[in-house]
Design a protein around this ligand. Structure first.
Ligand code: GAF
Length: 403
């Protein structure tokens, strides 16, 4: 049996150093400091956030780091290890650039520049009064894997700029800034789960978030004490929420809520589903049923964690996956294969995580079973003719911070 990967590709303590080195290489100066924010895994509660519902994500150890320095000319310049060229814009032009001119900005740069734009707007600051900045990014968070590399770049940028511009917004407000950037500067109609997880993450804990009130509760996970590991299976099937399926699912939810006379699907209960089935066409009904039952599964998971510990949540994870596969129809064959193979090899529970259409699955596995699950999933991918997945364990970790 091959030893399983116990760390994601590139989960390096020296990633902050990479950001500093990039800063010096591209900007020929020494940065004032580095800030960072993590990616996330969602334990359960998928496509519930923009329906005012509940989610239970946790931040992971993989982070995006940004090295920051100031400059005297009122320009913001961003560079990254994943792009050859730096992008620069006078701060005074941000309000003209976003949202309507976003297409003129390199796609990756819309995230940090969008955060700068949304932050000054949220703080009510005139951009011409803000000091110019150079920002250099390096990241450990796999891109396109459904682990929120976008929330990580947003959280790191918002934390760094708030500190340097003397903007006193709390973590929830900075999460909202990240979502505004994602929705309006990038154009992805996402909810707020990922930004909240990245800002509020805690070691060994998940964030139980009410996406209507944005009240968040820290929930102990106790994976380590229970002898459990959380395994991520990155299928390598890349996805984007700025295109197609994600927005269509969101529109179906809004249609369903409206037909039910609810302001959001949060207000539709499992007991209302019979009426929903009479009112709605089959596809809309199944979209609604996913969200309504998923909200209930989040509440059930929080209750099960408190009453019986993490080993008890397996069936809820499995039911969540089936609901996304059959009712919400956002899974892909690679994700289904990962989940089925992990369960057959002894995982306590498994499901796809994140927005779907690709990305990663998670499996909750007894520590001494990680090797067997890794081997079984890898073999199942080979048998199905899929490219090899990347498999690693993650640990619930702290949110955005100055390094
Ligand atoms: C993506 C989005 F960014 C989140 O807001 C959430 O909707 C998730 O998909 C699905 O639960 O990660």
């Amino acid at each position: 049996t091959d030893a399983p990967a116990t760390d994601a590709p590139g989960a390096r303590p020296e990633a902050a150093q990479s950001a500093r080195a990039l800063f010096t290489e591209r900007f020929d100066a020494v940065p004032l400091g580095t800030w960072s924010a993590p990616g996330r895994v969602n334990l359960i509660g998928e496509h519930t956030d923009y329906n005012d519902g509940f989610v239970l994500p946790f931040a992971i150890q993989h982070r995006t780091h940004v090295a920051l320095g100031t400059r005297a000319d009122g320009v913001i310049r961003v560079a990254s290890t994943f792009a050859d060229d730096a992008v620069e814009v006078p701060l005074a032009e941000l309000n003209a650039l976003f949202p309507d001119g976003r297409e003129t900005v390199a796609e990756w740069a819309r995230y940090p520049l969008g955060v700068a734009w949304a932050l000054q707007r949220a703080a009510g600051r005139d951009p011409v009064t803000l000091v110019g900045v150079d920002l250099a990014f390096a990241s450990d968070v796999p891109v396109g894997a459904g682990l929120s590399s976008s929330a990580a770049i947003e959280g790191a940028t918002a934390s760094a700029l708030a500190a340097i511009w003397g903007i006193d917004l709390d973590r929830t407000a900075l999460a909202r800034v990240g979502r505004t950037a994602e929705n309006e500067a990038v154009g992805a109609p996402t909810g707020i789960m990922d930004q909240m997880a990245s800002m509020l993450g805690r070691a060994d804990a998940a964030i139980f978030l009410d996406c209507r009130s944005l009240e968040a509760e820290v929930i102990d996970l106790g994976f380590a004490d229970a002898g459990l590991e959380l395994v991520v299976i990155d299928t390598g099937v890349s996805h984007s929420h700025a295109t197609g399926g994600y927005g269509e699912r969101r529109a179906a939810c809004e249609r369903g809520a409206e037909a039910m006379g609810a302001s959001a699907l949060r207000d539709v209960s499992v007991a209302d589903l019979e009426r929903a089935q009479e009112l709605l066409d089959d596809v809309t009904f199944r979209r609604v049923r996913h969200v309504v039952t998923e909200n209930q599964r989040v509440l059930d998971t929080v209750a099960a964690l408190a009453a019986e510990g993490p080993a008890s949540v397996g069936p809820l994870l499995v039911a969540s996956h089936a609901s996304m596969r059959d009712d919400f129809e956002i899974s892909v064959p690679e994700l289904d294969t990962a989940v089925e193979a992990a369960l057959a090899a002894g995982a306590i529970g498994a499901r796809m995580t994140g927005g779907g259409f690709g990305g990663a699955a998670i499996a909750l596995v007894a520590r001494d079973g990680v090797g067997a699950v890794t081997d079984a999933v890898t073999a199942a991918f080979t048998d199905a003719g899929f490219a090899a997945p990347t498999i690693f364990t993650v640990a619930p970790s702290a949110g955005a911070a100055r390094d």
